[in-house]
Every structure is written in structure tokens, then in C-alpha cells.
Ligand binder design. Structure first.
Ligand SMILES: [Zn+2]
Length: 410
């Protein structure tokens, strides 16, 4: 050992004697070729002469001396020695912590949703039943042979095979037949392909292959005289009395927005025929008894907590009663009553269901929607025609709606 060290020291002295040891600027020979002093060679990158190291030594560009290579044993686990880099690195796909960022720069870190596992000396998915997918750069479930990974659902799904006429149906978590044209898969009731009923039509309960035409909304038995629609003939705006208590200015703004949106929803199908250029004029009061304010041309909207109104949202005459947290769908339903339409659901039925001829998809007077549904659109147009055109109101006033379709599998 002593002999070995002496050799290195001797070597360093001789090789570095030229220019303070580190490197030497090259000298140009007569013919322009760059030359280095004996024991040195020209470094292609730095264009400087560097020491020629003996076999076992490696030139250190920073210190400028030939050094013994770092030994694998000197790497503290989990780091391992890498000859190419002549340094300690993390094994596998792990990377060493950044001294500038990480509290523990000697540790190994893994990208994506992986953790470093000392047992395998590599990164693995945090969830041990997952495998890392290089293309997706994420950990995904380890799917079995007759499954495939679905990025959409982030889970293994059965290989259905479109060739066999099957597709994966997430709602039933299995393969199903591909529905023919004009049919859709019904995941809730029939769990098979049923006729695709559009517009004011609904699936025939006796045959899932055809649709029946839905009914128009029923108008209150006392006729249209109490509908607020005729108000538009005497004024071009709705005069609204908003009655509420202890509501903040923000809440009041929200009530006003929902009132306007609900009115717009009902009047939108009339655009193009009537100049329904309405605006709303609001008045406020905090009294629960507003009978003195409600003239013939006014709509009352009462927004009170359950404890005060006691009843669920409802409509009487030209007034509707709502809770502070009633949603737009509820406003639209209650305004439907103000326009003169009755409820399309069975009273006191359990479970809740629509009257025959109506479905959740055809009217907001049974289902709910942030916009009118086909039977509602049809009915508000009919009502408008009846009020303003009487008997002359025929097909001219019907804008095209999706007709009820009847389709058959055979
Ligand atoms: Zn109702």
C-alpha cells in the first residue's frame, strides 16, 4: 500500500510539473498542430492539456488530478455505484433527492404515484396491486387476461369485442349488445335496448320496441283566466312582488335571478311568434300578508323558511311560495302553475310517479329541469294560441317538435 501511494504522488508531481499541476494551455507546433507536454493529452472539450491517468485512475476535471475511482462500497444504501457516472445513484427508475429542494437529498424518490421500495431496490406503485404503465405514465390496475384497462373509468373492464356485436356498458359493469338505430340502452328498468323516445313521447309500457305520444299538460279546470300569460297583453312586463325576511342583498339578487330565469324558460318557446319582450319589475316587502299589494296584474313570490310557510313550495292563484334554498327547477315548476298548468304527478303516490301520459323526461310538472321539456313547450304554445287566437289557433302555431316515433325491431 505504501508503495502504491508513493507511486501516485510521484506520478502527480511529474505529470503536473508543467503548469501548477491542473492543465496546460496547448502549444502550437510549427505546422499549427496543437501539442501537449509529455504525460499530457489534449482534451477535446476544453481544448486544454490534461494529465494522462494510468490505468486504474480517473482524471477529475474539477480538481485536475488523477484519482482512484470511487468504490461501490462507499455508496450508502439505497444508493448504488454507477461506473459510467463514477458516482452513487439511486437504483432502478428512482432519482436522488434534489439537495436544493428535498429535506433528505440522500434518499431515492419516484415519479408519478410510485414509492421507493427498499426490498426490490426500485420504484413500485403505491397501491401494490397496480402496475406502472410507461405509455400512460401512471399506475393502473393489473388487469387479468380477459380484461383490458379502461382509461375512461380507470379500471379493468371485460374484453367485450365489437366484432361480436358487444360493447362494454359501465352502468351494468358488463358487456351488452350494440343497440340498433333508434334504440338506446336502458340501464335502469329493462337493462336492454329499448326504443329511443324523443320529444313528447314515452316508451310504451307494453312494448319496449315502440314509443307512445305523450299528452299535453292539463290546464286548471277553471280555465286560463288565472294564467299569468294574459298579463302580457295589458303590459309588456311582469310586475313582481318579492316578499322575504332576513335575506341578504346577495340572496335577494339570487331570488330575482331565479325568478327571471323561470319566467324566461316558459316564455322562450313563444319567441318568434309573439313579441314577448318582457321585463320584470321588483318590489320588496317583508310582510307575510301581502293581500293588499296583489293587484290583478302582479305576481307574488314569497320566499320564506319552512318554519314560516309550513308547506312545501306551492302555488296559489298568482302567488308562489318557495324556500330560500329552492332551486331553479322548483321555481320553473311553480311558475308552470302560474301559467295555468296542473301537476302531472300522482298525488300521494309512493313511490313518486307521473300520471299516465307523462314522464320525467317530458314535463317539468312531473320531473324537473332547468329548461322546459317537450310537453311543456308544446303546452305553453297551445295555451298562448288559445288565449290570443282562440279557435283560429291551429297547426300554424305549432312549431315543429320531434314527432313521436314508432320503431320496430323487425
Ligand atoms: Zn306542483
Amino acid at each position: 500500500m505504501h508503495f502504491f501511494l508513493t507511486t501516485i504522488i510521484f506520478f502527480l508531481i511529474t505529470s503536473c510539473s508543467n503548469n501548477n499541476g491542473n492543465s496546460s494551455n496547448s502549444e502550437k507546433s510549427m505546422d499549427g498542430e496543437e501539442t501537449c507536454p509529455t504525460g499530457m493529452k489534449l482534451d477535446g472539450n476544453s481544448k486544454k492539456c490534461i494529465s494522462i491517468c494510468s490505468n486504474d485512475l480517473i482524471y477529475n476535471k474539477i480538481t485536475g488530478v488523477c484519482e482512484e475511482p470511487m468504490k461501490p462500497l462507499s455508496c450508502a444504501p439505497p444508493l448504488v455505484f454507477n461506473t459510467e457516472k463514477n458516482g452513487c445513484i439511486c437504483p432502478g427508475s428512482a432519482v436522488k433527492g434534489d439537495p436544493a429542494k428535498d429535506q433528505n437529498p440522500g434518499s431515492c424518490f419516484c415519479s408519478y404515484d410510485r414509492v421507493f421500495d427498499l426490498k426490490i431496490s426500485d420504484c413500485r406503485c403505491a397501491n401494490e396491486s397496480y402496475v406502472f404503465n410507461d405509455q400512460l405514465n401512471k399506475c393502473i390496475p393489473n388487469c387479468s387476461e380477459n380484461q383490458e384497462y379502461s382509461a375512461k373509468y380507470n379500471e379493468c373492464i371485460p374484453l367485450c369485442g365489437k366484432k361480436n356485436g358487444l360493447v362494454y356498458e359501465h352502468s351494468i359493469k358488463s358487456c351488452r349488445e350494440i343497440c340498433p338505430d333508434h334504440f338506446v340502452f336502458d340501464a335502469y328498468t329493462f337493462k336492454t335496448c329499448v326504443a329511443d323516445c324523443k320529444g313528447n313521447s314515452f316508451l310504451d309500457p307494453k312494448s319496449i320496441k315502440q314509443c307512445l305520444k305523450g299528452y299535453s299538460l292539463e290546464v286548471y279546470s277553471y280555465g286560463v283566466k288565472d294564467s299569468i300569460l294574459p298579463l302580457l297583453s295589458v303590459q309588456s312586463y311582469f310586475y313582481i312582488l318579492l316578499v322575504t325576511q332576513n335575506s341578504s342583498p346577495e340572496e335577494i339578487e339570487l331570488f330575482k335571478t331565479k325568478i327571471s330565469q323561470a319566467l324566461m324558460a316558459w316564455l322562450r318557446p313563444l319567441r318568434g311568434w309573439a313579441s314577448v319582450d318582457f321585463k320584470t319589475i321588483f318590489e320588496y316587502d317583508t310582510s307575510t300578508d301581502s293581500s293588499t299589494f296583489l293587484g290583478q296584474n302582479r305576481i307574488g313570490v314569497y320566499v320564506f323558511p319552512k318554519e314560516i310557510t309550513g308547506n312545501r313550495p306551492h302555488a296559489i292563484g298568482h302567488s308562489i311560495y318557495l324556500y330560500p334554498d329552492s332551486d331553479l327547477q322548483t321555481y320553473i315548476h311553480e311558475f308552470g302553475h302560474l301559467f295555468g298548468f296542473t301537476d302531472s304527478y300522482e298525488k300521494n303516490s309512493n313511490p313518486y310517479r307521473c300520471k299516465p301520459g307523462y314522464t320525467f323526461n317530458t314535463t317539468v310538472m312531473c320531473g324537473d329541469g332547468k329548461e322546459l321539456l317537450p310537453a311543456d313547450i308544446d303546452s305553453i304554445r297551445d295555451l298562448y294560441c288559445n288565449i290570443y287566437h282562440g279557435n283560429e289557433c291551429e297547426t300554424d302555431y305549432h312549431l315543429p317538435l320531434d314527432p313521436a316515433i314508432t320503431v320496430s325491431m323487425d
